[in-house]
Design a protein around this ligand. Structure first.
Ligand SMILES: Nc1ncnc2c1ncn2[C@@H]1O[C@H](COP(=O)(O)OP(=O)(O)OP(=O)(O)O)[C@@H](O)[C@H]1O
Ligand SMILES: [Mg+2]
Length: 364
């Protein structure tokens, strides 16, 4: 068994989290990327289980389809970092803690009023990525965590003022709640790789930077998501007349809409890659049209040789015809590729990927 004093010495945390070391029914840490929120709570959880025998705890997210999406790897790494591996027992889907306790990893989305009862008896519930927590999940969870000294912890990167966790712990927190804001500048161990990303974003984006790195709410809705990037392109003189290079492949990047009149539009960006430049040559947006009509428009504008890049739903088969969107486009003589489904969090990563590429868009 490890000496508790030694363990405390190995336990390190940014000062900003110090207020959270006091007992409180609700504790929250919100802020920008890489501020040490997850590490703080993982460590607090391990220390609590180590010092309070028989503690049952649960690490929760709204969605958790696989254990890889859970905090298990971080909790495990923290146990090792603190030199406590001989006191815990790491199992496939849970961790046994000293004195017959347990750390579980759960997705709230999959719980019902009935199944949530399995969490009764937990003294600690840590909600990670709490910005995605729904009102329903919060209401399901709070009465369940009911041991006399039970605590509910939340860490999150804020998105909207109206998200359930923001309304609760920032808008109208219970008097006893302790909530801190943490940013990268509070983290003495902020990794160099993230610092490079941060500096890049600081130079290239305004509202986005403040949201991702400083924990501000998102300022714009999806439609205006790239407003800053567009303004920057305009300022740099990267928006203007660009001609297609006939010797280079043209690529058509599709966002597939629906066929009904009120469905999302189908949008296509025509792009050529010219050395490190990304030249966006044309944009097509059609609402409520069948795939044949969209292809006709592509041909009409002279993009019949464009290589079509489809998102993952391009390979979904139609219930009636059994054909995929990709089949239709290929049969019409276009060459196509379909991007595979990149799973949870892909939408956010895609938005960020575009943002990184944006400074290369246009012709200089
Ligand atoms: N107590 C610590 N000891 C050593 N390194 C730490 C500690 N806390 C944080 N770090 C370092 O800082 C990095 C960012 O910490 P962490 O992932 O906890 O931040 P976060 O606020 O949860 O970030 P995100 O917003 O991306 O979820 C970690 O990957 C780790 O390298
Ligand atoms: Mg985190």
């Amino acid at each position: 068994m490890s000496d508790p004093r030694e363990v405390r010495i190995r336990a390190t945390k940014p000062d900003v989290f110090a207020p959270l070391d006091q007992p409180a029914r609700y504790k929250g840490a919100w802020g920008g990327r890489g501020s040490g929120k997850s590490h703080y709570f993982a460590q607090a959880l391990v220390l609590e289980c180590f010092s309070h025998f028989g503690t049952r705890a649960v690490c929760i997210r709204e969605y958790q389809r696989t254990l890889q999406q859970s905090s298990k790897a971080l909790v495990e790494a923290t146990i090792r970092r603190l030199g406590l591996i001989s006191s815990f027992r790491i199992l496939h889907d849970r961790i046994e803690t000293p004195g017959g306790g347990l750390i579980m990893f759960n997705g709230l989305r999959d719980h019902t009023a009935e199944s949530i009862k399995s969490l009764e008896g937990c003294r600690r519930a840590w909600i990670e990525e709490a910005q995605t927590l729904t009102e329903r999940s919060l209401k399901l969870l709070t009465p369940t965590i009911r041991e006399p000294d039970a605590e509910i912890w939340a860490s999150w990167n804020p998105r909207h003022r109206t998200d359930a966790i923001d309304k609760f712990l920032r808008g109208n927190p219970p008097e006893s709640a302790i909530v801190v804001r943490a940013n990268y500048s509070d983290n003495p161990w902020f990794p160099p790789g993230l610092e490079a990303d941060r500096l890049y974003d600081e130079k290239n984006s305004g509202a986005h930077y403040r949201h991702v790195w400083e924990g501000d709410y998102m300022q714009v809705f999806e439609g205006a998501y790239f407003a800053d990037d567009l303004a920057m392109a305009d300022k740099d003189g990267r928006i203007g007349e660009v001609r297609a290079d006939p010797n280079l492949a043209s690529r058509a990047f599709w966002d597939i809409g629906g066929a009904g009149a009120r469905a999302d539009a189908t949008a296509i960006w025509i792009v050529q890659f010219v050395t490190s430049e990304i030249r966006v040559l044309d944009y097509i947006e059609l609402r409520g049209q069948k795939v044949g009509d969209v292809l006709a428009e592509l041909r009409h504008r002279g993009w019949e040789k464009a290589i079509c890049h489809l998102p993952h739903d391009g390979s979904n088969a139609n219930n009636v015809t059994g054909k995929t969107y990709e089949d239709h486009i290929r049969e019409a003589g276009f060459s196509t590729t379909v991007t595979r489904n990149a799973g949870a969090g892909a939408a956010r990563r895609r938005i960020e990927a575009v943002r990184r590429l944006f400074p290369r868009c246009g012709s200089t």
